[in-house]
Design a protein around this ligand. Structure first.
Ligand code: XUL
Ligand code: CO
Length: 436
């Protein structure tokens, strides 16, 4: 069979002392961390769109990457070659999962019928490649944002016909995800937002989005799809304001439309920072509200205000993220999907390997650091002690709802000025650095 990465051997763990750039220094799939294999904790996934369909273009220039699998004349042959190249890549990298949008794996044809037939054909191939390699689908999703019909949104489009088109697309993509044994299905509101309120009925659009997702829940039940449904928050880009702004906004939305028990969140690092939060904040908010589902692992750039989707390399970030994920009990259906792309000048296929190896090693270090932080218990103990007053009788009575304002006033008049304590931030920051 034709190879698309002939110069690359299977990437193996060689340890931190290795000088071989095409090896893992920290990610050892079978190493046990807190009693569980690293591969099971981290559940790494590669994404189809950036890794195989992103070709280095930016708003100022076209593609810079030339890929072997793109060279066939027929577009379906290109699609099949790309799928074979993808599975060769996943196998050589030793990554257990992948993710796709419907339109990444098969190009759109002139009618929905024909597009769906193309999808069936390509999913036949994906299914057999999954069977051959044991690589699994982390989640599937729909691209209802690139085609011009979706310029004013999909589920939030002013036109019910476009809402229906998007629903038809999601229905098909859910079926394909189910067929491929996908462990989840993502809703990222590509253009579910607005450019200006002068032409937008926000209340109506939000109600439509709520109804759309209720229909997705109904269809999940009908299909017998057992995978999780996720919303992926993002505050802006491509629209000026995206309705799924951040974890908090999605939480309110899910509650309003009766969707809390059906959805979790797919938290993306660069979307968190675009929303003015840290990656850690979004994970912590999701975990605190039972919404932590999956992660799109990447990073932004402090000096650029857009979604640069770079591969994660910052050990502090991966450590703090894994600390929250481990404390929340780890992933079940979710995982760490590299929703990240090569820089425009990284034109060689080998750059794809360097990028993923770096991301996997960065999260492996994060995992090991976070496990030590949890095993040593210093941060947990500090936080427990900081709130210890709430474990006493008085604190418990407030939490239980036994006391009212008048009782608290009486307590305060009796006890006088309360004691204050240092938050010890600098000491804890120094301590954190000892784990990195
Ligand atoms: C866009 C983004 C998407 C979703 C899937 O910013 O993150 O690729 O992850 O549609
Ligand atoms: Co994403």
């Amino acid at each position: 069979m034709r190879e698309y990465f002939p110069e690359i051997e299977k990437i193996v763990f060689e340890g931190p002392g290795s000088k071989n750039p095409l090896s893992f220094k920290h990610y050892d799939a079978n190493e046990l961390v807190m009693g569980r294999k690293m591969s099971e904790h981290l559940r790494f996934s590669a994404c189809y769109w950036h890794t195989f369909k992103g070709l280095g273009s930016d708003p100022f220039g076209g593609p810079t990457f030339i890929r072997e699998y793109d060279l066939a004349a027929d577009e379906m042959e290109v699609a099949e070659n790309a799928m074979r190249a993808a599975f060769e890549f996943f196998s050589k990298l030793g990554i257990g999962f992948w993710c796709f949008h419907d339109r990444d794996i098969a190009p759109e044809a002139d009618s929905l019928q024909e597009t769906n037939q193309r999808l069936d054909r390509i999913v036949d191939l994906a299914e057999s490649l999954q069977d051959d390699t044991g690589i699994k689908l982390l989640w599937g999703t729909t691209n209802a944002f690139s085609h011009r019909r979706f310029m004013a949104g999909a589920a939030t489009n002013p036109s019910p016909a476009i809402f229906a088109y998007a629903a038809s697309q999601v229905k098909k993509a859910m079926e394909l995800t189910h067929r491929l044994g996908g462990q989840g299905y993502v809703f990222w509101g590509g253009r579910e937002g607005y450019e200006t309120l002068i032409n937008t009925d926000m209340q109506r659009e939000l109600d439509h989005l709520g109804r759309f997702l209720q229909m997705a829940v109904e269809y999940r039940r009908q299909l017998g799809f057992k995978g999780a449904l996720y919303i992926e928050p993002k505050p802006k880009e491509p629209t000026k304001h995206q309705y799924d702004f951040d974890a908090g906004t999605c939480h309110a939305f899910l509650q309003k439309y009766g969707l809390m028990e059906h959805f979790k969140l797919n938290i993306e690092a660069n979307h968190a920072t675009l929303a003015g939060h840290t990656f850690q904040h979004e994970l912590a908010y999701a975990a605190a509200n039972g919404l932590l589902g999956s992660v799109d692992a990447n990073r932004g750039d402090l000096l650029l205000g857009w979604d640069t989707d770079q591969f994660p390399t910052d050990i502090r970030d991966t450590t703090l993220a894994m600390h929250i994920i481990l404390k929340a009990g780890g992933f079940s259906t979710g995982g760490l999907n590299f929703d990240a792309k090569l820089r425009r000048q990284s034109i060689d296929p080998v750059d794809l390997f360097h990028a993923h190896i770096g991301g996997m090693d960065a999260f492996a270090r994060g995992l090991k650091n976070a496990a030590r932080m949890i095993e040593d218990g210093v941060f947990t103990d500090f936080i427990r002690n900081r709130y210890a007053g709430w474990d006493g009788e008085f604190g418990r009575r407030i939490e239980r709802g036994d006391l009212a304002f008048a009782d608290l006033e009486k307590y305060t008049l009796e006890k006088g000025e309360p004691e204050v304590r240092s938050g010890r931030q600098e000491m804890l920051e120094n301590l954190l650095n000892q784990y990195l």
